[in-house]
Design a protein around this ligand. Structure first.
Ligand code: NDP
Length: 327
């Protein structure tokens, strides 16, 4: 038996709770993992609250991230005792996920736990932090350099934002952090932001072309924020777009792209190929100070994850949430 957050939906309605489940209920897969830590990402909160149709099959164990130890494997790449990490691949959406003490998954989805991190630290990073690293990789591949000017990070108080600031600062960039939580300015400066802006300047409809300010942008917010960020990006700059915290819409014009040569770089973590994941974790291992992770993350229990989901969607949780599935 193992404990897990379970989302059920049937004629009687939708229910979410912590359940004791029999191993026989685990889904198909060639690797069984004893989970130590999982996380609560924006997508997990959508799944648990039902605010968006993230979950495609019921009953579902949510949790798009997990870290732990292999207990059984028929996959050639993994053996019992291996320390492993999983982000995405539809886990917690179409396949039972990490908010559980045990998981059975496709071994191709697992990567080795990076030596630089404990399972807990890997979950402090989670999909949000790994996505921030993918965004930094995308900007650097575009040719963005620190001498070109400031980089804007939107949704700075969130999980993607916090890790993005820390990685960009370590890479030598001046970072402008946009947040609705001005009271968190000291936290954002502590992560490496040089400037903290009120997000209200970006969330309302704006002109198609605005004063050129940013060499590049990492945006986890979407909607008007992304449109304004593109309109404020300097000639030849790049905007890495990975999120939709304000909205899925993109009420913009083509002007920044055709008149300033701005590039919009889409970033997806869920189906990102293995090599890109390993490169993103190389950057995190090299550049992310474990002390920054301590500042970014807080730990909760499996049962707490249910209540914390609404607070996360309301923007009331700062940084990252680690879930200790054995507490
Ligand atoms: P968080 O909830 O931790 O952070 C989102 C932040 O966005 C909030 O903290 C808040 O920052 C800001 N925000 C929230 N609501 C609004 C709003 N209405 N208007 C403007 N800003 C707002 O989420 P994550 O950082 O984990 O994820 C951020 C986004 O990225 C989500 O949409 C998520 O789905 C997406 N994502 C996408 C991935 C991919 O593969 N493409 C992977 C991971 C995440 P503040 O309080 O500082 O203003």
């Amino acid at each position: 038996m193992f404990s897990a957050v379970l989302i059920e939906k049937d004629e009687a309605g939708r229910r979410v709770g912590v359940a004791a489940l029999d191993d026989g209920l685990l889904p198909d897969g060639d690797v069984t993992v004893e989970v130590e830590y999982s996380t609560l990402n924006y997508k997990d909160a959508l799944a648990i609250t039902g605010a968006s149709p993230v979950v495609r099959k019921f009953p579902m164990v949510p949790g798009i991230d997990l870290a732990g130890t292999v207990s059984a494997s028929s996959h050639p790449g993994h053996k019992p005792g291996d320390r492993v990490l999983l982000n995405g691949w539809g886990v917690g959406e179409t396949h039972w996920g990490g908010l559980a003490q045990r998981a059975r998954v496709n071994g191709d989805w697992l990567i080795p736990l990076p030596e630089a991190f404990t399972a807990r630290q890997a979950m402090a990073i989670g999909t949000a932090g790994y996505t921030a690293s993918l965004c930094v990789d995308a900007l650097l591949a575009h040719g963005t350099r620190p001498d070109q000017g400031e980089v804007l990070v939107t949704g700075a108080g969130g999980g993607v934002g916090g890790v993005a600031i820390a990685l960009l600062a370590k890479a030598g960039f001046d970072v402008a952090a946009s947040t609705g939580r001005r009271a968190e300015a000291a936290y954002l400066h502590g992560l490496g932001a040089t400037t903290v802006l009120d997000r209200a300047a970006l969330t309302e409809p704006g002109k198609p072309l605005q004063k050129e300010r940013w060499a590049a942008v990492i945006d986890s917010v979407g909607s008007h924020t992304l449109a304004n960020a593109c309109a404020q990006t300097r000639y030849g700059g790049a905007v890495a777009a990975c999120g939709l915290a304000q909205g899925m819409d993109f009420p913009a014009s083509v002007a920044p792209f055709i008149l300033r040569g701005v590039s919009l770089l889409g970033v997806d973590s869920v189906m990102a190929p293995r090599e890109r994941r390993l490169a993103a974790y190389d950057r995190l291992s090299r550049d992310l100070d474990p002390a920054a992770l301590d500042a970014i993350a807080q730990e909760i229990t499996l049962a707490d994850a249910i209540e914390a989901s609404s607070r996360l969607l309301d923007g009331k949780i700062r940084g990252r949430v680690i879930v200790n599935v054995n507490r």
